[in-house]
Design a protein around this ligand. Structure first.
Ligand SMILES: NC(=O)c1ccc[n+]([C@@H]2O[C@H](COP(=O)([O-])OP(=O)(O)OC[C@H]3O[C@@H](n4cnc5c(N)ncnc54)[C@H](O)[C@@H]3O)[C@@H](O)[C@H]2O)c1
Length: 450
C-alpha cells in the first residue's frame, strides 16, 4: 500500500464520530452512517453528539471531514476503513454482530470494485474470534477477493471514556492492535503516530489475543473497583475502620496503584458491566467458568442493596436490627444528587444511581432527583415516580436524607447550611467532606462512618 492519505470510518456514533474528527487532523476522512440527519449536520460543520471538544474538532477540521451513506464512495476513496458500529449485548452477555455484519457485507460489495490493497479495521468491541472467523469470511465471500492478498483485516479497539473521548483518543496509555500481517500493524502504528499528541506505546498481537485483551482490560479494572467496594462492605461492620483511608494507603504500593481503587458506588455505564459479563460468556463458550468475572458482577450488583441499607441506618441509627417501617419511609424525602453513571456525561445506561432510586421507590421512599446533564434521559426511565429538582440547592431543600451518587464537580460547593433540621447526608464519593458543618447534619462520607 502506498502511504495512507484517506481513512473511512463506518458508524459515526459516540466513538466513531470522535475517531473520524481526530483522524481528520491529518487525513482526509470519509465517515459513513445510516442516519441521514447526522450526515447532514456533519457536512454542515455541525456536531450531532454531546462530547467534550467534539464541536470544536468538527468545526476546525471540517475541510478534511465528509459524511455519507454511500459505502462505495467511502471504500473506493480511502485506503483504510475503521468500523465503529454498535455491538449491543445479547441476553446471554455476548455482543451482537448484527450491525457489524451489515456493514461488512457493504464493505465487501464495495471492495469488489477496488483494485488496490485495502485495510479494514474493526474498532467495535466484539467477541473473541469475530475478526478471524466472522469478518474474514463475510468480506471474502462478498468481495470475491482474498484476505491477506487483496485486502486485510485488523482489530484495533479503543480504551476511551465518555466525556473525555477525544482527550483519551489522542493521549492513550497504549494502542492495542490485533493483526493478521505485520504490514497491517505498521500501517496502524503510522496512523496513530501521526494522530496522537504524544508518541504512543503499542501492544501488537494476533486478532484473537487482541479481542481477549480488550475485554480483559475492562474486567481487570472492574475487579479493582469491586475490590475497594468489597473491602468497604466489611469495614461498614467494623467500628473505626475506614475503607477510604485503607485504599488510599494500599494504592501507594506500586504492585497495586491508586487508580480505580476507591470505595463508592459500583461501576456502571455502557462498557464496564457488559465487558465483564461478555468475558464470562466467552469463557463459558470454551467450557471454562470465569468465576472471578461472575463474582465481580455479583458483588457490583450487591452495592445497590448495601447503599440502601446504609440509608436505613441513617434514618434509625446505626446497628438497628429491625427493618425501617413503611410509614417512616413514606414520610421520608430522599434527595438524590447525580444520576449519570459518572460525571460529565448525560449517559444513564447501567447507572447504579438509577438502580438505587428504583429500589428506594419500591421501598416506599419519596424521591427528589437532580443531575446537571442527565435529567432529560432520566425522565424517560423514571417518569413521574420521582420529583425533579432544577438545582442541587432545590434537591437538598426539604429533603430528610441526601445521597451524592455521582461525583459531579459542582456538588463540592453545595451549601448545606440552610438545610432541614436533622438532615442526613450520604456522600458516596466524599465530595463535601471538608466543607460541611458536621455538627448540624449527620454526615456519612469517607468509609461511610459518622
Ligand atoms: N461509547 C463508548 O464509550 C465506547 C468505548 C469503547 C468501545 N466502544 C465500542 O464502540 C462501538 C460503537 O459504540 P458507540 O457508543 O459509538 O455506538 P453508537 O450507538 O453511539 O454509534 C453507532 C453508530 O453506527 C451507526 N450505524 C448503525 N448501523 C450502521 C451501518 N450498517 N452502517 C453505518 N453506520 C451504522 C449508527 O447510526 C450510529 O451512529 C461499540 O462496539 C462499543 O462497544 C464504545
Amino acid at each position: 500500500m502506498s502511504q495512507v492519505e484517506a481513512i473511512s470510518v463506518i458508524g459515526l456514533g459516540k466513538l466513531g464520530l470522535c475517531t473520524a474528527a481526530c483522524f481528520a487532523q491529518n487525513y482526509k476522512v470519509i465517515g459513513v452512517d445510516i442516519d441521514r440527519d447526522k450526515i447532514e449536520m456533519i457536512n454542515a460543520g455541525k456536531n450531532p453528539i454531546a462530547e467534550t471538544g467534539l464541536t470544536e474538532m468538527i468545526s476546525k477540521y471540517k475541510s478534511n471531514l465528509k459524511a455519507t451513506a454511500d459505502y462505495k464512495e467511502a471504500i473506493l476513496n480511502s485506503q483504510v476503513t475503521f468500523i465503529v458500529v454498535a455491538t449491543p449485548s445479547e441476553a446471554d452477555g455476548t455482543f451482537s454482530n448484527k450491525q457489524l455484519e451489515v456493514s461488512l457485507k457493504q464493505i465487501g460489495a464495495a471492495l469488489k470494485e477496488k483494485n488496490s490493497y485495502h485495510l479494514i479495521v474493526i474498532t467495535s468491541t466484539v467477541m473473541p474470534g469475530t475478526t478471524d472467523h466472522v469478518a474474514k469470511f463475510i468480506l471474502e465471500e462478498t468481495s470475491g477477493k482474498v484476505c491477506g492478498k487483496d485486502f486485510s483485516i485488523a482489530y484495533n479497539p479503543e480504551f476511551i471514556a465518555l466525556g473525555s473521548v477525544i482527550h483519551d483518543f489522542l493521549n492513550p496509555d497504549f494502542i492495542l492492535i490485533g493483526e493478521m500481517r505485520e504490514k497491517d500493524g505498521l500501517i496502524l502504528e503510522d496512523i496513530y503516530k501521526n494522530t496522537c499528541e504524544h508518541s504512543p506505546r503499542f501492544g501488537r498481537m494476533n486478532c484473537v489475543s487482541a479481542e481477549i485483551a480488550k475485554i480483559s482490560l475492562n474486567c481487570y479494572v472492574t475487579m479493582k473497583i469491586t475490590y475497594a467496594n468489597s473491602l468497604a462492605s466489611v469495614c461498614d461492620k467494623v467500628p473505626g475502620a475506614d475503607a477510604g483511608v485503607i485504599t488510599s494507603a494500599i494504592g501507594l504500593d506500586s504492585r497495586i496503584g491508586k487508580k480505580y481503587l476507591k470505595p463508592g458506588l459500583g461501576y456502571g455505564g455502557p462498557c464496564f458491566p457488559r465487558d465483564n459479563v461478555a468475558f464470562a460468556a466467552f469463557a463459558r463458550k470454551v467450557n471454562v467458568k470465569a468465576k472471578l468475572s461472575e463474582m465481580v458482577d455479583e458483588v457490583n450488583r450487591d452495592q445497590i442493596t448495601r447503599i440502601t441499607k446504609i440509608i436505613e441506618d441513617l434514618l434509625v441509627g446505626d446497628g438497628h436490627d429491625r427493618p425501617v417501617n413503611r410509614k417512616i419511609k413514606e414520610e421520608t424525602v430522599v434527595g438524590v444528587l447525580g444520576l449519570s453513571y459518572k460525571p460529565n456525561t448525560h449517559i444513564i445506561e447501567d447507572s447504579q444511581a438509577i438502580d438505587i432510586v428504583e429500589l428506594l421507590i419500591n421501598e416506599g421512599y419519596k424521591i427528589k432527583v437532580y443531575d446537571p446533564a442527565a435529567i432529560e434521559s432520566v425522565r424517560g426511565v423514571l417518569g413521574d415516580s420521582v420529583t425533579y429538582a432544577k438545582s442541587s440547592k432545590e434537591c437538598v431543600e426539604n429533603s430528610d436524607v441526601v445521597i451524592i451518587t455521582t461525583p459531579w464537580e459542582e456538588f463540592k460547593t453545595i451549601d448545606f447550611s440552610k438545610h432541614k433540621k436533622d438532615l442526613a447526608v450520604l456522600d458516596c464519593w466524599s465530595m463535601v467532606d471538608n466543607n460541611v458543618d458536621k455538627i448540624n447534619i449527620r454526615y456519612l462520607g469517607k468509609g461511610f462512618k459518622f
